[in-house]
Design a protein around this ligand. Structure first.
Ligand SMILES: Cc1cc2nc3c(=O)[nH]c(=O)nc-3n(C[C@H](O)[C@H](O)[C@H](O)COP(=O)(O)O)c2cc1C
Length: 358
């Protein structure tokens, strides 16, 4: 393998990263396999307790001594929710619960923002890199991570967000294009106004901030990665492409849905978590959109749909699962993660001249 990509502030053999995917997909086995193969794996730890974060990191370290990253959600935690806000959604969820054989749904009370305690766990673990999405940590939190030698990356969906991140002192910016699967990282403005194609976003943010850029969104093969590098990215962050790996923590129903996709059926919906996220449409998301049911904010909606999603995963019911996926999903390839990194790297090297000639 060739040397590290220029500007990547991490000691990587290839500029290929497996994106953090909270809620199960980014397992320690997936992250470790990608890191061991010369790329870098990220753990999506937003829904984990501090103890679980420490445990997952230990599992990665038991498998590889290569660098890996940890990702958290920061900000966007709202504890306000009146009964009025939840009543229409509870009515709709009641139908889903009845179909899945669950007791009637309820609106759980929302506790304190888990981020500060999760960050302490990240600092204990001291991974090579830490990234965040949905907002920005406080300046002293960011500085503590940096002082420990952890490289810190924030997620931006616009140039304005990238500027805010640059001012906060991050080591690099994740440019999340509109193609990306999963939650939109937008935090300074409406997400509808933050739908920028990844290649344009990479170029604009790189030019404006001069910081290393990790490109994220819709990249499925080495040629896609080549294009992002040519526009100024230091590395590419692929989420959906790694969902086809056996190491990814994907339920059988979700996996089947990913295998049978044609074209780009993905939609952006707030139906499952209360925050806009791109994924495969299904019975539940369509019903929420069709009935225009009021959707409580994150994290309440996320907590309210959790029993439904958990039961659906167990019962193989794709209509009630959140199935995040990016716009390139139809090009998903099923193979072990180490093999995928090797294939992507070979394609990336071969693509140099082809893409330059386009
Ligand atoms: C299943 C899934 C879960 C995700 N979870 C997270 C997450 O926890 N934190 C985060 O910053 N991004 C998350 N993302 C977004 C990815 O980090 C990345 O932006 C995206 O996967 C890139 O687009 P692609 O899926 O088209 O490759 C998730 C994406 C997917 C597909």
């Amino acid at each position: 393998m060739a040397g590290p990509s220029p500007m990547t502030p991490l000691d990587l053999q290839t500029p290929i990263m497996a994106a953090p995917m909270a809620g199960g997909p980014s397992t320690p086995e997936l992250a470790a396999a990608v890191s061991a193969a010369g790329g870098m794996g990220w753990l999506g730890c937003a829904y984990l307790t501090p103890e679980q974060i420490v445990e997952q990191a230990a599992r990665v370290r038991a498998l590889t001594d290569r660098p890996f990253g940890i990702n958290l959600f920061v900000g966007g935690w709202s504890r306000q929710a009146g009964r009025d806000e939840t009543a229409p959604m509870l009515k709709l969820l009641a139908e889903a619960h009845a179909k899945l054989g669950l007791p009637a749904p309820s609106a759980p009370s929302i506790g304190i923002d888990p981020f500060p305690a999760q960050l302490e766990a990240v600092l204990d673990v001291s991974p090579a890199a830490f990234s965040f999405t949905f907002g920005m940590p406080r300046a002293e939190e960011l500085q503590r991570a940096k002082q420990q030698g952890i490289k810190v990356f924030g997620t931006a969906t616009t140039v304005r967000e990238a500027h805010l991140l640059a001012q906060s002192g991050v080591d690099g910016v994740i440019a999340q294009g509109d193609e990306a699967g999963g939650h939109r990282g937008s935090f300074a403005g409406a997400f509808e106004q933050s739908m920028v194609p990844v290649l344009d976003l990479v170029e604009a943010i790189g030019g404006e901030t001069g910081l290393p850029i990790l490109a994220a969104g819709g990249m499925m093969d080495g040629r896609d990665i080549r294009r992002a590098l040519d526009r100024g990215a230091s590395a590419a962050l692929l989420g959906t492409a790694f969902l086809g790996c056996p190491e990814a923590g994907v339920s059988p129903a979700y996996r089947r849905a990913l295998q049978t996709v044609e074209g780009d059926p993905t939609v952006i919906t707030r139906a499952f978590s209360g925050r806009p996220a791109r994924g495969l449409p299904n019975g539940f998301s369509r019903q929420v959109e069709a009935t225009r049911t009021e959707i409580p904010r994150y994290p309440l909606q996320n907590a309210m749909t959790r029993p439904m999603r958990a039961a659906a995963a167990q019962q193989g019911e794709a209509d009630y699962l959140s199935m995040w996926a990016g716009r390139g999903v139809a090009r998903l390839r099923e193979m072990p993660a180490a093999e995928l990194v090797a294939v992507l790297w070979a394609e990336l090297q071969a693509a140099g001249e082809m893409v330059a000639a386009e």
